[in-house]
Design a binder for this molecule. Structure first.
Ligand code: HEC
Length: 166
């Protein structure tokens, strides 16, 4: 082996070992391959129970995935509810659920029957409970970061933080 080749081989070996170490480090913090869900709630058991009951009774899952599970019988392209509390606050949710025309707040390009319905007719206490619960639906920072980067790369073809892709 020539000297130059040795340097190159050594460099490659270092990269491989480095990669293994970095991956091991990452794995100790999170492991999407192991199926760990990056979503969690900070709600008290009472709020969680009340929120989940409303979501069930009002059939939000007909359109939205929640805890990454989507109704397989439905094909509404609504955003998942998981982690939304990391992006929006309780007041926003309350205003949105109380709006007679939710599309005035969040415009929709979907067919009318797929759009977010108004829940303005619901009792105020239920809208408040729902908003409070939604605000506790968080997403782990690493996942939010990864998603942001992925979207950014998709849109621009560039890496957000200057690192080369996976
Ligand atoms: C008929 C389908 C449908 C039902 C039922 C429905 N939604 Fe939606 N929802 C949507 C769609 C679609 C959007 C995206 C905005 C749009 O297209 O109107 C949306 C948007 C939202 C948003 C804003 C998401 C964001 O990215 O900011 C929240 C929060 C939300 N829905 C919560 C709920 C809750 C809670 C329920 C049950 C009480 C519910 N939705 C029931 C279809 C639905």
């Amino acid at each position: 082996m020539k000297k130059g080749e040795k340097v190159i081989f050594g460099g490659v070996a270092l990269l491989v070992v480095g990669g293994v170490i970095v991956n091991a480090f990452k794995a100790s913090h999170f492991d999407p391959e192991q199926g760990r869900i990056p979503f969690y709630t900070t709600a008290s058991p009472e709020l969680r129970a009340a929120g989940e009951k409303l979501i069930k009774d009002l059939e939000c899952r007909k359109c939205h995935a929640m805890w990454t599970i989507r109704d397989p019988m439905q094909a509404v392209p609504a955003p998942p509810l998981d982690g939304l509390g990391s992006l929006k606050d309780e007041t926003w949710f309350y205003t949105y659920f109380s709006a007679p025309d939710p599309q005035a707040i969040l415009p929709s390009r979907l067919k009318a029957e797929y759009r977010m319905p108004s829940f303005a007719h619901m009792p105020e206490t239920e809208r408040r409970t729902l908003a409070a619960y939604m605000a506790t639906l968080k997403v782990e920072d690493w996942y939010l970061e990864e998603t942001r980067n992925r979207e950014f790369e998709k849109l621009t073809g560039k890496s957000l933080n200057g690192e080369s892709g996976e």
